[in-house]
Ligand binder design. Structure first.
Ligand code: NDP
Length: 304
């Protein structure tokens, strides 16, 4: 005979330990609950950001330092034992209204409410050595100021993000080359601003083949379909991949896999970059997490 052991039921499980998840946990704890934060081994996106200089009140610090401060604050408020490694593979809504979270290792958690703050990863170019190149970045507002006054930067991508990044960086450096592998698909308003900006050169049909660090803190960008470029840095803005595959049966996802609609009356909440926000910023995710923490606490209080 097989004896199945029911998992201990948590009031609130928060998935994700970035700014959204940890902020949600602090608010839920201060509202009288004892949330469990679960995350995969991958670090939060903020921990991999070189520099953050726009989180009000904190001045200039690395993304890693900011994430360490957030984790320390979270542990002080919620307790170190309330955070575990648990990579969620699926979430199931049960007939009694509670949730079951299954891990990739076959473990199960049960919860009355869930906040999904698992974020999104920037899509990578897929070139050799990509993860080790210091001059390669995925966020102009995070890392752009490091290049202030430099002669030349490269931006890769043809969507709204890439054009916004190119416009932002053109305020800081002498020249920006925007490499677009096919055609530009950014909205017309952004394309108009692009055409009006004499500092930005757009190269269509250009695909980055390799980026190599050379002397003087510069990189050599090998481009299929165009000449090589020497620049101080390369900003990759070719979309994000949301960590949403385990929640496809709980929420409505948009065509890119971000959350489109969620029924919060069911006890399932989402916060942070998973929402497909246009501005992927730590401070926005933290605010979004605070809101989800308050709303999930209200939901739990109404159950009693
Ligand atoms: P998109 O998916 O819209 O665009 C991605 C771009 O990257 C495309 O030009 C695509 O080319 C290119 N690309 C994809 N993979 C590669 C690759 N391996 N090598 C080179 N190029 C590649 O992503 P965005 O992040 O720009 O936008 C995501 C969503 O967010 C969109 O809905 C956008 O409208 C929205 N957004 C809105 C903003 C605003 O309203 N201000 C600001 C930022 C984003 P291809 O066309 O060939 O596939």
């Amino acid at each position: 005979m097989t004896v199945s052991i029911e998992p201990i039921e948590e009031d609130l499980v928060i998935v994700g330990s970035g700014p959204a998840g940890l902020s949600a946990a602090i608010y839920a704890k201060q509202a009288g609950f004892n949330p469990l934060v679960v995350s995969a081994i991958d670090p939060s996106l903020i921990a991999t950001t070189d520099q953050v200089n726009n989180f009000i009140g904190l001045g200039n610090l690395s993304g890693k330092a900011l994430h360490e401060m957030m984790k320390a604050h979270y542990k002080e408020v919620c307790g170190a034992d309330r955070s575990i490694t648990f990579e969620v593979s699926s979430v199931i809504k049960k007939s009694d209204g509670t949730f079951e979270l299954h891990s990739t290792l076959g473990d199960v958690l049960a919860a009355k409410a869930v906040i999904w703050a698992a974020g999104a990863k920037p899509r990578k170019l897929g070139i050799e050595g990509e993860d080790d190149l210091e001059a390669l970045s995925y966020c102009a507002t995070c890392d752009g100021s490091m290049y202030e006054g430099d002669p030349h930067l490269v931006v890769v991508g043809g969507g709204d993000s890439a054009v916004e990044e190119a416009l932002y960086l053109a305020e800081l450096v002498d020249k920006v080359t925007l490499l677009v592998r096919n055609d530009i698909r950014a909205k017309e308003e952004l394309q108009e601003r692009l055409r009006a900006n004499s500092k930005i050169e757009v190269v269509l049909g250009a695909q980055v083949a390799a980026v190599t660090e050379i002397e003087n803190m510069e990189v050599d960008v090998k481009v299929t379909g165009s000449d090589d470029i020497i620049a101080s840095g390369v900003f990759v803005a070719i979309g994000h991949i949301p960590n949403s595959h385990p929640i496809g049966s709980i929420v409505v996802l948009d065509g890119s896999g971000f959350v489109d609609t969620v029924d919060e009356t069911s006890g399932f909440f989402v916060a942070g970059d998973i929402n497909g926000v246009n501005h992927r910023q730590a401070i926005i995710a933290a605010g979004d997490g605070a809101k989800a923490g308050i709303e999930a606490s209200d939901y739990l209080r109404a159950l009693v």
